[in-house]
Each structure stands twice: as structure tokens, then as C-alpha cells.
Ligand binder design. Structure first.
Ligand code: ACO
Length: 362
């Protein structure tokens, strides 16, 4: 029986699939049609609960003065899981609003990219659930981990996929529910972060003067130990006393992260200006990750940027990690800024360690 079964297959000829081409014409990728990229809509979603510095001083040894002086933060938003507030709910709200702002239909979106370090699960990607929630079924969807650079990495990738004609309408979301990974007995870290989501809808346009002039994604993993979220005891670096750590909470060497950011932040602004061949004063808006008001101020002064070109909202939201840049972008658009034709520079830096920029003619 066994022999008969095998001989049946051995005598069958497997049909060769037809390549449907003349022998002289090899299968090659189609020619690229370069497209412009339009920023069609933006949005933000933050939980309603506000936690002020004074609120924190009731549960830990801190003060409004210490936090505000060192970081510029006055308050932040915090999700209440009991009320169903989560990364999925914030991203869904943000994407709904961005779709409305862009004036597109959910089923026109063909890719959803979410930058987050606090996604609900590693499988499925949070982006898949969010896409389904808004009716973008069939769109590609994935999560991207680049900490505070998550949205900007997503923007770089989405732009280039549209630019070469692979995708037409892409949603990029940046969201973190940092309160999920904070240890409130660690005052050095827990006072810094807030919860927020922001989204942008990008679309292909025939106007090739619109889109990213230049952009870059960088990382130096040798600095991972300065900012990480250990999930198991083996994640704790050698030589570090992890006995007091709560697994699943963010660990940070604030001084080292500060040094890294102070070096990379102005460096990448300068590199981006040089690559684009523009001067600092020619940029209409700088949209920078909100990690510390002192850092933003130092960079602003160094490049001689007027205050109204480098907007700061860390006082109201804290450091929202992946949500920081898109919330800022949305607030600026809400004020009538970042109009079509404006030159806008995005900059972010964070865990990884990662840093990134994108200069856009929006
Ligand atoms: N309230 C009161 N006192 C505090 C608090 C607090 N919340 N946190 C720390 N302290 C105390 C410390 O215990 C220390 O006391 P000691 O001198 O008696 O030991 C003192 O304040 C100074 O602590 P430092 O950590 O040295 O304070 P520093 O001036 O470096 O500021 C800060 C800390 C604000 C975290 C700073 O290092 C920083 O901004 N680092 C960058 C970190 C960052 O931005 N991380 C975000 C994620 S990554 C990103 O977005 C780029």
C-alpha cells in the first residue's frame, strides 16, 4: 500500500507554473513613479484624568517646585484601566479623529503603523486591533518599537512607502500609556511621564514638492541599559542590583539619558539642516519630542530659534514617549500652524537609544 502510494507521486509530473512572459523579458519590479506625500489630517487622544505635581506629592516625596524646575512638567494625563482606557482605546479614538480630520474613508487606508512601547500584547500587534476598530480591515498593520522616536520612525517609513508608490494612504499613530509601566515608588522616573496618543494620515499626491525633504532614523543599542523595561529577571543588566525593581516597569539612568539627549538633539538638528541645505531660521516650525523643557530651551537658544517656532507642551502632558510628537503636531495644526507649504522639522530621541529627524515640506 505504502509502495503504491509513493510510486503514484513518483510517476506524477508536477506542472511548472507559467511565468506568462516572453523568454526574452525577465520578471522585474515595475518602474517607480515618484509621488509627493501630503499630510492630510492629524488628531490626538488623551485620557480625561489630570494628575498634577501636587497630586504626586501626596503619594511620594516630591514637590511641584522640584519637578517643574528640573523638567518643566506641571501635570500629565493618566489612563484609568477600570474605565477601559488603554493603548487600544486611545489609539482607536486618535485614528477615528484623524480619519475625520483628513476627510478620508477608513477603508481607503492601506497601512496602519503604530509606534509604541506599551502595546497591549506582543501578539497580536495593537495596530491590528486599532485598524479593525475603525473599519480599516484589510489594511496592513504593525507595531514599531522605537520608544520616544516611535511616531517619527513610523513617519519616515510611511513617507518612503508612499513616495515610491507602494502605498497610497497610510495612518501613523504614536501612543504610549506610560502609567502602565511606571513604578510610583520610584520618584526619579514616575514624575516624568504621561499618557497620550496622536495620529496622522498621509496620502500620495501628484505634487512632488510635498513630503519629506530629508529624514533619518538612528540607534545606538550600546546605551540600552540607560532606559529599559525589564520583563524577566534575566533582562536586568549584569552588575545592577535588581532586587528592588518591579519587573515590567521602566528603569532609567536619568543623568546618562540627559547627557545622550543633550548631545544628540542639537547634533541631529544641525545634520538635518546641513543635508537639506537650509538655515535654522528658514524652518517654520520645530516639532520636538517633549522630554525636558530645559533641553528644549538649550537647543532653541543654540540655534537662535524664536519661542513661537519651537512650541512646548510638556507642562500640560509630561513626557508622552511615542505620543509626544504627534500630539504637538496636532496642537500646532489646531492653532492654524503647519500649513501646506510650511517647512517643518520633527526631532525625537529616546530609549534604544534612538534618535531621529524628518524635515517636511508639509
Ligand atoms: N522629587 C524630588 N527629588 C527627587 C526626585 C523627585 N521626583 N527625583 C529625584 N530626586 C532627588 C534625587 O534623589 C537626588 O537627591 P540627592 O541629591 O539627595 O541624591 C536629587 O533629586 C537629584 O537627582 P538627579 O537624578 O541627579 O536629578 P537631575 O538634576 O539629574 O534631574 C532628571 C533628574 C530630571 C530625570 C534629569 O536627569 C533628566 O531630565 N534626565 C533625562 C531623562 C529623560 O528625559 N527621560 C525621559 C525618557 S527618554 C527621553 O524622552 C529622551
Amino acid at each position: 500500500m505504502k509502495t503504491a502510494f509513493l510510486s503514484f507521486f513518483m510517476t506524477q509530473t508536477v506542472p511548472t507554473p507559467s511565468l506568462q512572459r516572453a523568454p526574452s523579458s525577465p520578471v522585474v519590479p515595475p518602474p517607480v513613479k515618484v509621488m509627493g506625500v501630503e499630510l492630510l489630517g492629524t488628531s490626538q487622544a488623551v485620557p480625561p484624568t489630570i494628575v498634577t505635581n501636587d497630586d504626586l506629592s501626596k503619594i511620594m516625596d516630591t514637590s511641584d517646585e522640584w519637578i517643574a524646575q528640573r523638567t518643566g512638567i506641571r501635570q500629565r494625563r493618566k489612563c484609568d484601566p477600570e474605565k477601559g482606557e488603554s493603548v487600544v482605546s486611545l489609539c482607536t479614538e486618535a485614528l477615528h479623529k484623524a480619519i475625520e480630520d483628513a476627510g478620508v474613508k477608513a477603508n481607503e487606508i492601506d497601512l496602519v503603523i503604530l509606534g509604541s512601547v506599551t502595546g497591549e500584547m506582543t501578539c497580536p500587534a495593537t495596530a491590528c486591533r486599532v485598524a479593525a476598530n475603525v473599519g480599516a480591515v484589510g489594511a496592513g498593520a504593525f507595531d514599531l518599537i522605537a520608544a520616544c522616536c516611535g511616531f517619527l520612525y513610523g513617519l519616515n517609513i510611511a513617507h518612503d512607502l508612499i513616495r515610491i508608490g507602494s502605498y497610497k494612504t497610510v495612518a501613523v499613530i504614536g501612543c504610549d500609556v506610560m502609567s502602565r509601566v511606571l513604578d510610583y515608588s520610584n520618584r526619579s522616573v514616575s514624575v516624568l511621564f504621561g499618557d497620550a496618543a496622536g495620529a496622522a494620515i498621509l496620502r500620495a499626491t501628484e505634487d512632488t514638492t510635498r513630503g519629506m525633504v530629508c529624514g533619518r532614523m538612528h540607534a545606538d543599542g550600546s546605551g540600552w541599559k540607560d532606559l529599559y523595561i525589564p520583563q524577566q529577571k534575566y533582562d536586568i543588566p549584569e552588575g545592577v542590583d535588581g532586587s528592588a525593581f518591579k519587573l515590567g516597569t521602566i528603569q532609567m539612568n536619568g543623568r546618562e539619558v540627559y547627557k545622550f539627549a543633550v548631545k544628540r538633539f542639537p547634533e541631529i538638528i544641525q545634520q538635518t539642516l546641513d543635508r537639506a541645505g537650509v538655515k535654522a531660521h528658514e524652518i517654520d516650525h520645530y516639532i520636538c519630542h517633549q522630554s525636558n523643557a530645559r533641553m528644549l530651551e538649550a537647543a532653541r537658544e543654540r540655534f537662535g530659534i524664536p519661542t513661537d517656532k519651537m512650541y512646548v507642551n510638556i507642562d500640560r502632558y509630561g513626557n508622552c514617549s511615542g505620543g509626544s510628537v504627534p500630539v504637538l503636531l496636532n496642537e500646532l495644526r489646531g492653532m492654524g500652524k503647519c500649513k501646506p507649504g510650511d517647512l517643518v522639522m520633527f526631532v525625537a530621541f529616546g530609549g534604544g537609544l534612538t534618535w531621529s529627524s524628518a524635515l517636511w515640506r508639509v
